[in-house]
Design a binder for this molecule. Sequence first.
Ligand code: SF4
Length: 507
Amino acid sequence: MAVIKQDDLIQSVADALQYISYYHPVDFIQAVHEAYEREESKAAKDAIAQILINSRMCATGHRPICQDTGIVTVFVKIGMNVSWEGATMSLDDMINQGVRQAYNLPENVLRASILADPAGKRTNTKDNTPAVIHYQMVPGDTVEIDVAAKGGGSENKSKMAMLNPSDSIVDWVLKTVPTMGAGWCPPGMLGIGIGGTAEKAAVMAKESLMDSIDIHELRARGPQNRVEELRLEIMDKVNALGIGAQGLGGLTTVLDIKIKDYPTHAASLPVCMIPNCAATRHAHFTLDGTGPAVLKAPPMDAYPDITWEVGDGVRRVNLDTLTPEDVQTWKSGETVLLSGKMLTGRDAAHKRMVDMLNKGEELPVDLKGRFIYYVGPVDPVREEVVGPAGPTTATRMDKFTRQILDQTGLLGMIGKAERGPIAIEAIKDYKAAYLMAVGGAAYLVAQAIKKAEVVAFPELGMEAIYEFDVEDMPVTVAVDSRGESAHITGPAIWQKKIAESLAVEVK
Ligand code: SF4
């Protein structure tokens, strides 16, 4: 009978969370590299290059892959012969103590993103607790733990349906994936739970994402059951949608499709689909009573040596002297290097600003002629001016966009993924622009930030308004002043190209 020590469990959870904050799983790096090699869309290839360069930088710098260091999700399999001699905490409390330790580690502080009272005050718990924990009792005398840190952007795109038993799961996936936009930061994986009940399908979808990428092995050996057939069919058909990395249009949207299933009621076909993003983070360890788990760092040669050149045609923009007329010359899909000062603000800051505007109050910052970057950075450590600071999903700010453009004279916005119709209309009406940075390349983006200062709402923590001084920050014009969206044109072009090349293959 194995005796599991409380401190070993706490330390192992803390170490695993630190580990996954800066090391992608090796299978994920390999799959992204393969996608990079075969990608033909320049915009998508550039985005994948940034994801890979960021991954290598995080592995050497031991800083987070993404500014959103996730909500901790844990799957625990407790051997029925295990004993917890001397434990003073519940297993939930031990795991949460590990989370607390990991997220507040001074050498690599992670972002505390968890808010208590979600329907009310939404108060930050300050240490990223509590984790979402799933338990299973199994035969044996070990404790097996899967730890993941799931980004909010990809979690928000989870979808669920109670299909009719005769409905096609493939059709539902193909109808649903385009509605998820790019806020889940593709390329990534789709975890699908089929069967059971509504909540069982959701847990299976999440648990399926704990597995390694192995679709190529499956393709090579051939499917042996319906679930394996579905994995291959969904993978090929989703990639044929042409959505591509960051939704810019391209050959690879998904790197693998994971499916778990369970018997269900004769009247039911529950299906849940949860995407995993460019910051796929999970680790697995087993405690057998001999001490805390030791996770080996991936070898550095697992990281491809990729460089990313912006090329000659790139537009360099000085934000400090930029005029509305300059912005109107930008074209959707163009790469731009930004230098100068920008403000930041995301959900809570936008809500506050709009509330103040509605009351006729003066804002604490003057947005006229400025760009606002939708970001919630990680706190800095050592010599950093700011921690990893990649973009957050812009669509959450769509409902504020017209009022902010109208009442403040804001010139433009920077975020990740597409804008919805109401924001695109507002951008067009006010001849503004929306730029996108690569989601999941946060440490790389942060290298462009030379100064950072909180200028308003400091009580909002990572959601405060900062002023950043940036140098050559790479972005893409995602919506230009005419309202043309690279997230609409890019996937449409690549969907057509893929269909044409498949038609040629069939002939
Ligand atoms: S890669 Fe995108 S979805 Fe994933 S954690 Fe980062 S910002 Fe969120």
